[in-house]
Design a protein around this ligand. Structure first.
Ligand code: NAP
Length: 256
C-alpha cells in the first residue's frame, strides 16, 4: 500500500458532521491520518466516521477513528474534548481543522444582537478556543511539527449582503490565524486559513435561489465547488508538502 501524505498523523476536525468538515475527514483518512470527528451533532459525527472515512486499522467498523460531541463556543466543552482525546490516543493531534461554522443572515439594519453574538461565538471564538487549547497541548507535548487550518470565507475579504455578522467573523478568522502563525512558528506549528467561495453544502441551502444564480455568474468556473475540493487543500496544508507555508490565507473559489 502506498503511504498517504498524512500517514500516521492524528487529526482533530470540528464541524465534522457535515459539508467541508466531513469531507476533510474523508480526505485526511484517505491520506493515512487517524481522524477525530467533532461536531455539536454527535450522530452526524459518528456517521462521518462510519460512512465517510477510510479505515486504516481495526475491525470495529470505525478503525482508529473516533467521534465526539462538541460545541466549539463552550470553553469547558473544548477542554473536555481535548482531555478525552489525550486519554484515548495518549498524544495530542498534530493536525487541527476548524470547520464548525454557522450563518444567521439578515440585513444589517434588522440584525439582532443575539444573531450577531451567536455567529461570532461559533465562527470566531470557537475557532480561537479550539486553536488555543490544541496548540497549547502540542507545545506541552513538544511535538516536532503541527498544522492548524482554519476555515474562513471569501466573503470575509469582500463582504456580502445580509452577512455583516458572518463576514466580520470570517475576516477575524484570517487575522487571528496570521497572528497565531507568528506566535507558533517557533514551535514549527503552522497556521493557515482557507477562504472558500460557494461550496455545495447544507450551509448554502439558506441562500435564496435567485441570489445563488447571481453569484454563479461571477464564478469564472461557472459552478459551486464541492466539499472535497476544499478538503484536498486542507489536507495539503495539513501535510509536510506545505512545510514552508504558514500565515497564508488561500482562496478556493473557482475564481469568484
Ligand atoms: P455545514 O455543512 O453546515 O457544516 C458545518 C458543521 O458545523 C455542521 O455539522 C454544524 O452542525 C457544525 N456546527 C455548527 N455549530 C457548531 C458548534 N458550535 N460546535 C460544533 N459544531 C458546530 O457547513 P459547511 O459548508 O461545511 O461549512 C464549514 C465551514 O466552511 C464553516 O466555517 C463555513 O462558514 C465555511 N464556509 C462554507 C462555505 C460554503 O459555501 N459552504 C463558504 C465559505 C466558508 P449543525 O448542522 O448542527 O449546525
Amino acid at each position: 500500500m502506498v503511504a498517504g501524505i498524512v500517514t500516521g498523523r492524528l487529526a482533530f476536525v470540528t464541524g465534522a458532521g457535515s459539508g467541508i468538515g466531513r469531507a476533510a475527514c474523508q480526505v485526511l483518512s484517505r491520506e493515512g491520518a487517524t481522524v477525530i470527528a467533532a461536531d455539536r451533532n454527535y450522530d452526524q459525527a459518528v456517521e462521518t466516521i462510519k460512512k465517510h472515512t477510510s479505515l486504516a486499522h481495526g475491525s470495529n467498523g470505525i478503525g482508529d477513528h473516533s467521534a465526539l460531541e462538541l460545541d466549539v463556543s463552550d470553553s469547558k466543552a473544548v477542554q473536555n474534548a481535548l482531555e478525552q482525546t489525550l486519554k484515548l490516543y495518549k498524544k495530542p493531534p498534530t493536525i487541527v481543522i476548524n470547520s464548525a461554522g454557522i450563518t444567521r443572515d439578515n440585513w444589517m439594519l434588522k440584525l439582532s444582537e443575539a444573531d450577531y453574538d451567536s455567529v461570532l461565538d461559533v465562527n470566531l471564538k470557537g475557532t480561537f478556543l479550539v486553536m488555543q487549547a490544541f496548540a497549547r497541548a502540542m507545545t506541552e507535548a513538544a511535538v516536532t511539527s503541527g498544522s492548524i487550518v482554519n476555515i474562513s470565507s471569501i466573503v470575509g475579504k469582500y463582504g456580502n449582503i445580509g452577512q455583516t455578522n458572518y463576514c466580520g467573523s470570517k475576516a477575524g478568522v484570517v487575522g487571528m490565524s496570521q497572528a497565531a502563525a507568528k506566535e507558533l512558528g517557533k514551535f514549527n506549528i503552522r497556521v493557515n486559513a482557507i477562504l472558500p467561495g460557494f461550496i455545495n453544502t447544507p450551509i448554502v441551502d439558506t441562500v435564496p435561489e435567485k441570489v445563488k444564480q447571481g453569484i454563479l455568474k461571477l464564478v469564472p468556473l461557472g459552478r459551486l465547488g464541492s466539499p472535497v475540493e476544499v478538503a484536498e487543500i486542507i489536507t495539503f496544508l495539513s501535510s509536510d508538502k506545505s512545510s514552508f507555508i504558514t500565515g497564508a490565507a488561500i482562496d478556493v473559489t473557482g475564481g469568484y
